[in-house]
Ligand binder design. Structure first.
Ligand SMILES: [Zn+2]
Length: 186
């Protein structure tokens, strides 16, 4: 077969590739076993409208990506809700998934970063990380019925939820101890 000729039964495939992909003529040429020029000639002959190539996205130059990386560095940043992230970056919410995916794929932000959707859960976790309160009390404060089961669910899904600052049983234990003390004193 002469290098410049595209097999007839491949033409439909090539038409489709040209119409739907942004692959270069050279790359397509390799794929179809002809030269890039041959592909280009084919494209001209069929007057194909090709999709525009997206401008290259450079993380270092992308304001949104840089801001997301910065927010991700904050402690417990996985527990910052997407609403808060949107507020802090000031970009329309529709833009995020694309940039977040790139950053997650490259390991530049945590896998869970930007996944929390509930503002209430964010609030609950904020209290959970900073105040020594029983979990049920935190839930009650922010209006989550069962904050404990939410924590458990997040843990199961691989979220890094540290132990509660509130130590369960301390009060009970100290009451028992003081009773023992009192008995001793008698
Ligand atoms: Zn970006």
């Amino acid at each position: 077969m002469a290098r410049g000729r595209i097999l007839r039964d491949k033409e439909d495939d090539l038409l489709k590739d040209l119409k739907e992909s942004t692959l270069s003529y050279k790359k397509l040429g390799k794929q179809y076993g002809v030269s890039g020029q041959a592909i280009h000639a084919f494209y001209k002959r069929h007057r194909i409208k090709r999709p525009k190539r997206r401008k290259g996205h450079k993380i270092l130059e992308c304001r949104l990506c840089q801001k997301l990386i910065q927010i991700n560095k904050k402690p417990h940043s996985e527990f910052i809700s997407i609403q808060t992230i949107v507020k802090q970056t000031g970009e329309p919410v529709t833009k995020y998934s694309h940039h977040l995916r790139i950053l997650r794929d490259k390991g530049l932000v945590d896998e869970k970063f930007g996944r929390l959707r509930s503002k209430r859960a964010e609030k609950a976790y904020q209290i959970y990380f900073t105040e020594r309160l029983p979990i049920c009390r935190i839930g009650w404060k922010v209006g989550i019925k069962n904050f404990y089961s939410l924590i458990r669910k997040h843990r199961e899904l691989g979220w890094n939820v540290p132990a509660s600052l509130y130590v369960y049983g301390v009060r009970k234990r100290s009451r028992i101890q003081s009773e023992i003390q009192r008995k001793k004193q008698r």
